[in-house]
Design a protein around this ligand. Structure first.
Ligand SMILES: *Cc1c(COP(=O)(O)O)cnc(C)c1O
Length: 220
């Protein structure tokens, strides 16, 4: 693995896209497939936003890397019974997918947790996330939870999506995010959009992603 070189390569590609759309993107490094040594190297290469998709992996990396200045992201499904173990270590949670989970987070959190509502734009049955039609209702239901702030929407495209399907999914997610942002909700500013992974981050940024979640491209 040439982590430093891979980071330079990815950042260069991102800078090019950013320039053409006049926006900045937060690059979140997903370390689920590597050990702590590689994760540390990623941080030293300049990726200071680190993500794990499972509670156990999150806790392991968090505990072993607590001496580094890292912003911590949890990006995968979180079971309600695990919320209390992990939530107070999390800066950003990308996979809020039920009102009950929001209530549990609110109950256990000691600081405001920045959350993304996960949206199932593609309608794929196996994917977690709210249906686009339910978002307004959900936002109303969680508006009183003082330890939760909805900073944005998060979506995942099907693994086998074609470029045309990716364009359609990313464009829809972006439109939904902008619709919510336009409402200027104090509790849910929703100014951010978390989408794009190793295979499609450039396309996602073109469609308005402000957070991309990249794993394998750094560790090849
Ligand atoms: C693994 C994972 C990623 C990163 O995927 P890569 O293809 O390795 O870049 C992004 N988001 C989520 C939710 C993941 O689980």
């Amino acid at each position: 693995m040439h982590i430093f070189e891979n980071v330079q390569e990815v950042l260069k590609k991102i800078a090019t896209v950013e320039e053409s759309c006049g926006r900045k993107t937060t690059v979140v490094g997903v370390t689920k497939s590597v050990d702590t040594k590689a994760a540390r190297e990623l941080v030293k290469s300049g990726i200071v936003n680190i993500a794990e998709n499972r509670t156990e992996l999150f806790l392991d990396k968090y505990n072993k890397m607590s001496n580094l200045d890292v912003t911590w992201h949890l990006i995968g499904t979180l079971q309600r019974r695990k919320v209390k173990e992990v939530i107070n270590l999390v800066d950003y949670f990308h996979a809020l997918d039920s009102v009950k989970l929001a209530q549990e987070i609110d109950k256990r959190a000691k600081h405001v947790i920045k959350c993304f509502l996960q949206v199932n734009v593609s309608g794929e049955a196996s994917k977690h996330g709210f249906s686009p039609n339910d978002l307004d209702q959900v936002l109303a239901e969680i508006a009183d939870l003082s330890h939760i702030q909805i900073v944005g929407l998060m979506t995942m495209a099907p693994i086998n999506a074609t470029d045309a399907e990716l364009d359609s999914i990313f464009a829809k997610a972006s439109a939904l995010q902008r619709q919510i942002a336009a409402q200027n909700l104090t509790h849910s500013p929703c100014t951010e959009l978390s989408m794009g992974m190793s295979r499609d981050y450039q396309r996602a940024i073109q469609h308005g992603a402000t957070f991309v979640r990249i794993g394998s491209e750094f560790f090849k």
